[in-house]
Structure formats: C-alpha cells, structure tokens
Design a binder for this molecule. Structure first.
Ligand code: C2E
Ligand code: MG
Ligand code: MG
Ligand code: MG
Length: 282
C-alpha cells in the first residue's frame, strides 16, 4: 500500500516535471521563431513631472505579438535569459529604441526614452558596443536615452560594467536604478554609482494613500534619493490618491496606469500631443 502510494507520488512528480520540460522547450523554440519572424514590439508608458504634469519622457516596454495573443515579459523573459536569447532580443530592443528616439526627434517630439536591460544582457561584452552603434546609426542623441538597470543588478555589476555605464552617462544618457526597494542596497555603493534617477518600485507606492507608515517609508526613500543627488521616480501609480500623496512628499516624476498605460506608438504620440495644451495652461 505505502509502496504504491509512493510510486504514485513519484509518477505524478515525474509527469509534472516532464510537462514542465516540454513547456520550457516549446517556449524556447517559439522564442527563436519569434526573433526570426519579428514578433516583438515595444509599447511606451509616459512619465510626467509631479509638479507640472508635463510629460518628461517614456519607458519602452517589450511585448511579444504571439499568434495566440500578446504576451507580457513576465511570461517569457526568464526563459529568454536562461537560454541567452535575451541577448538577441535585447539587441533588437536597443536598435528599435534608437530608431524610435530618432524618428520622434525628426517629428519635433524630443522625448527621452528609457530602455530596460537585464543582467544577462549587460554581462555580454557586446551590449554597450551595440548600444553605441545603434544610437550612432539612427543618429539618436544620447541625451534622449535612458538606461534602466535593476537595483539588484546595480548592486552586483562588475567594475567594467560600471565604467561602461559611466561612459554612456558622460555622453549624455540618463541612468536609472529600477525596482528600487525590492533588493538590498548598499547605500555607500548606491551613492557612488553613476546614476541620475531612482525608480521606487510599485511595492513602495501601493499603500502610500492608505497607510501612514507606507507613506513615511516612501517619503524617507525619496529623501534618501535626493540626498544622493538623484531624481525620484514613482512607478506603478494606480490611483489619483497615490499621485497626490507622491506630489506632497516630494517625488519628482510619476509613472503608472493612473497617469497613462503603456501604449503603442501612435497612441503614445497622440497622448503626448494632448498633454501639450494642458501643460501650457497649467
Ligand atoms: P519594469 O521595468 O519595472 O516595468 C514596469 C512594469 O509595470 C511594466 O510591466 C508595466 O507595464 C507595469 N506597470 C506600469 N504601470 C503600472 C501600474 O500602474 N500598475 C501595475 N500593476 N503595473 C504597472 P511589463 O511591461 O509587464 O514589464 C515587466 C518587466 O519586464 C519590466 O519591469 C522590466 O523589468 C522587464 N522588461 C520589459 N521590457 C523589457 C525589455 O525590453 N528588456 C528587458 N531586459 N526587460 C524588459
Ligand atoms: Mg523599467
Ligand atoms: Mg520597475
Ligand atoms: Mg518591475
């Protein structure tokens, strides 16, 4: 009896494992096909000044236009990183961001565009070379580029990577630490990093309008960010109440569904146009 039960459990476990392995293999095959068939796209989420409401830039976010429907990075990024396919996908993202910056600038829309980069990409020696080449080829000015690196990556990247980031920053790019508050920061290191902005993770923002302690924590983090000479950006703002609190406690830049959802290029440009008169009368 016990033996059968034991075997039953082992079988269930193996079946689950086999199914998982098949799913992972299929995802890898599909990712390779997606690269080949150009199934990736970028959407753009606006960032606005907390004080004036004026648009100050946008974050480019990756989407996979899968035959079964649009997929979010959460469903495929990890696999892309494990397989190294993120390097190819990331190069496509960087080239597309450079082309987009240049295209918008030609239309008279000088918007700073932020690009996300993951550990595996930045560890790849060619990343900064490709980035520079893409910006040059598109004739996109570095001052319109923002690079987002996660807090965890910022805390652990090598001296070589830090130097490359510093060089990019000297050329005029903005450097942002993403998802701040989800990792463990060494504050002495944070202070010495070549960065301009710190993006407070959604988990720090979520309860600011309903919980006094959460508001105090966010305010302290914003104070810390200002203390190291950086701008504080709040991400994942879902309500006007959260936005109002963030304005009061000194946050510089706001981003989230309550400000504007990630949009396709045409919608984003229309959104940015709509903002202009509002800015003039503000
Ligand atoms: P992230 O850089 O922290 O981006 C913010 C995520 O929060 C985005 O999810 C965005 O759509 C979502 N978001 C924005 N406003 C709100 C809000 O008000 N509420 C909530 N609940 N969510 C909001 P998304 O697009 O699914 O991207 C997830 C993560 O995938 C990103 O987190 C980033 O780390 C990564 N990622 C996205 N695009 C790229 C890319 O091109 N390259 C790399 N390496 N990573 C990327
Ligand atoms: Mg980001
Ligand atoms: Mg983030
Ligand atoms: Mg995040």
């Amino acid at each position: 009896q016990a033996k059968t039960q034991g075997r039953g459990r082992v079988e269930t476990f193996s079946d689950g494992l086999a199914a998982q392995m098949i799913a992972r293999a299929r995802l890898e095959t599909e990712l390779r096909a997606a690269i080949e068939h150009d199934e990736f796209a970028l959407v753009f989420q606006p960032q606005v000044s907390a004080s004036s409401g004026a648009i100050v830039g946008a974050e480019a976010l990756l989407r996979w236009q899968h035959p079964d429907g649009t997929k979010l990075p959460g469903s495929f990024l990890q696999r892309a990183e494990e397989t190294g396919l993120i390097v190819e996908i990331g190069d496509w993202v960087v080239a597309t961001v450079a082309n987009t910056i240049a295209r918008w600038a030609r239309l008279g829309i000088e918007q700073r565009l932020a690009v996300n980069v993951s550990q595996r990409q930045i560890d790849h020696a060619s990343f900064f070379r490709h980035l520079r080449a893409a910006m040059l080829a598109a004739q996109a000015p570095a001052r319109l580029l923002e690079l987002e690196i996660s807090e965890t990556l910022a805390m652990h990247c090598s001296e070589d990577v830090l130097r490359a980031i510093a060089t990019l920053r000297s050329a005029g790019a903005t450097i942002a630490v993403d998802d701040f508050g989800t990792g463990y920061s060494n504050l002495a290191r944070l202070r010495r990093l070549p960065i301009d902005r710190v993006k407070l993770d959604r988990s720090l923002i979520e309860h600011v309008a309903t919980n006094p302690e959460a508001r105090a924590v966010a305010q302290a983090v914003i104070g810390l960010v200002h203390g190291i000479g950086c701008e504080a950006v709040a991400e994942g703002i879902e309500s006007e109440a959260q936005a109002a609190v963030l304005r009061v406690i000194g946050c510089d830049v706001l981003q989230g569904y309550a400000i504007g959802a990630p949009m396709g290029e045409a919608d984003f440009l229309a959104w940015a146009q709509d903002m202009a008169p509002r800015r003039a009368t503000a």
